[in-house]
Design a protein around this ligand. Structure first.
Ligand SMILES: NC(=O)CC[C@H](N)C(=O)O
Length: 312
């Protein structure tokens, strides 16, 4: 008789096999030179279960920068200190536009649609800087993620942060626009310095799935039930992930996968199955919305086979 865990392992292996066989792989992010070097053939998946076990398949132990998935962690931190005051500066609605769009920001007077588009995440980082100097803020973000993961080896890849800093004209444009509307309180260079570094937090799929446990287990880390984020805050963050976590692909992702999730341009995705598991996938090729093409396929396969969805 196959145990549940063996069954899940077999499904993860199949998901990676299908992923490897797929000819359409998407396009790696080119606008950050360090990310342009990624190999689109790579594919990995890891699942952390309620009992604390992490199992994986494919390239699940290869570290990558988490990019926009960091926005989930900074939102959790920021809501912890600022509470609902944050919502005076950022909305909670899907954007229906690209993650780095400037158009909407102008139409809506410098109030970004949600905390997961770049402009919104820049405001969240700026809000964290209200209580910390840039270096302290980064230390706080790293320690928070290390605490969630239970792994103090998690680090920032300085090369990727630097690569983005050198080429980040769009983010600079967004930050200056926010400043012109009075919605950026710190110098652009300070806020973006922290933002680029948080995006360069480096984890493999196993670590990322562990970092996401609080989203699946009502703010706790699973078996020992240590409360890291209040239940209400975890639930609200998951709601924004479901509606905004994949930018203009959020509707399609909800249709195909049916879980709160957040993507990053490195090709990683973090997804939460409430009460059951936290999942991280990685494959660097992106679709036209900047979400991992193969990563979404792997999640679709596993969630269908396991019947994991928030809609059942
Ligand atoms: N979607 C993403 O992952 C974007 C993050 C990236 N660091 C950027 O600001 O462009």
């Amino acid at each position: 008789m196959q145990s549940d865990q063996q069954k899940l392992q077999a499904i993860l292996d199949q998901a990676v096999d299908h992923a490897r066989a797929s000819t359409e792989r998407g396009r790696v992010a080119h606008y950050i030179p360090e990310l342009a070097k990624a190999d689109p053939q790579k594919a990995g998946i890891a699942v952390t279960l309620d009992n604390g076990e992490t199992i994986g398949a494919g390239d699940w132990q290869q570290p990558n920068t988490i990019q926009s998935i960091s926005k989930v962690f900074t939102l959790a931190l920021c809501l912890g200190t600022l509470g609902d005051n944050l919502w005076r500066r950022v909305g909670r609605e899907p954007s229906g536009s690209a993650f780095d769009s400037i158009l909407q920001l102008e139409h809506e007077n410098g109030i970004p649609r949600n905390p997961f588009v770049n402009a919104g995440a820049i405001v969240v980082t700026d809000a964290i800087l209200a209580t910390y100097q840039p270096k302290e803020a980064l230390g706080e973000i790293v320690r928070f993620v290390q605490g969630l993961t239970g792994d103090d080896q998690i680090f920032i890849d300085g090369r990727v942060a630097q690569s983005e800093e050198e080429t980040g004209h769009r983010n600079r444009a967004l930050a200056h626009y926010l400043a012109s509307c009075g919605n950026l309180y710190n110098p652009v260079a300070h806020t973006l310095g922290v933002y680029y570094n948080q995006c360069a937090l480096t984890m493999d799929c196993a670590q990322l799935s562990r970092a996401g446990r609080f989203l699946a287990f009502a703010g706790t880390l699973g078996p020992n039930r240590q409360q890291m984020v209040s239940m209400k805050r975890a639930r609200r963050i998951a709601a924004i992930m479901l509606t905004c976590g994949h930018y203009d692909g959020s509707g399609d992702f909800a249709y195909r996968v049916g879980l709160p999730a957040k993507s990053g341009v490195s090709g990683m995705i973090l997804a939460a199955v409430p009460g059951i598991a936290s999942i991280a996938v990685w494959s660097p090729g992106l679709d036209r919305n900047g979400n991992s093409h193969i990563g979404t396929q792997m999640l679709e396969y596993v969630t269908n086979e396991m019947d994991w969805t928030v809609f059942s």
